[in-house]
Design a protein around this ligand. Structure first.
Ligand code: SF4
Length: 218
């Protein structure tokens, strides 16, 4: 049952978004790591504008430490949460130098030892900088997985990731993650999802509940 459902979702996503890609601009694993930290509660478009200037001044951990936290704050101010984000970027840069010789590590275990790097950020870096097959559970992936009943309503992001890893074929995971994000941004939005044009209505728990509630009101 779940296999058929997933086949339908993947088929639909492949037609909608045949070549999904990371929307953040980066030229190295370190730049991607910094961009992902900046992208929390901020649009990728704004992050790309900010990093265009930032990476001209600092595109390695040592250059970032040389830049210093005060200058960093002024540059990343437009991304919001600049105090927390600048602290995370500086601490992560220190850890990369101290623990990994200045190179961003490629494994989930190592990446998540860096201060300022959580599981979601690590998975995005692995998928996009190291061509790994991971599923980073962000707000879009989590919401859509619940709506389509691929994970339980009260699951944590970690539980959602484990549920998706069980069912999404290994060689499709990174693509599936990007497709979920595109789908969440364009169709299955947090507020007022565009269900009318969605081809997943017949397998969608959210749509079923919404339709039943609307019928009762009539
Ligand atoms: S039917 Fe609506 S809620 Fe369900 S997956 Fe499609 S857009 Fe999202």
């Amino acid at each position: 049952m779940i296999v058929k459902k997933l086949e339908k979702i993947i088929d639909y996503f492949d037609r909608l978004f045949p070549e999904p890609a990371c929307a953040l601009d980066f030229a190295s694993a370190y730049e991607l790591l910094v961009a992902v930290i900046l992208s929390a509660q901020c649009t990728d478009k704004r992050v790309n504008i900010v990093t265009k200037d930032l990476f001209k001044l600092a595109s390695t951990p040592q250059q970032m430490l040389n830049l210093g936290i005060d200058k960093l704050k002024t540059i990343i101010y437009p991304c919001g949460f600049y105090n927390a984000k600048s602290k995370a970027i500086i601490e992560t840069s220190e850890d990369i130098i101290k623990k990994f010789n200045g190179e961003v590590p490629s494994s989930l275990e190592d990446l998540t030892t860096l201060r300022g790097v959580g599981r979601k950020t690590a998975n995005v870096v692995i998928a996009n900088a190291f061509s790994g097959q991971t599923i980073a559970v962000d707000t879009h992936v989590h919401r859509i997985s619940k709506r389509l009943d691929l994970t339980s309503e009260n699951s944590s992001p970690y539980q959602c990731e484990m549920d998706l890893l069980k069912i999404v074929p290994k060689d499709s995971r990174s693509k599936f993650h990007h497709q979920m994000i595109q789908f969440g941004r364009n169709i299955c939005k947090a507020i007022k999802p565009n269900c009318d044009i969605c081809e997943l209505k017949d397998i969608c728990k959210y749509y079923k509940i919404k339709s039943q509630t609307n019928n009762k009101r009539k």
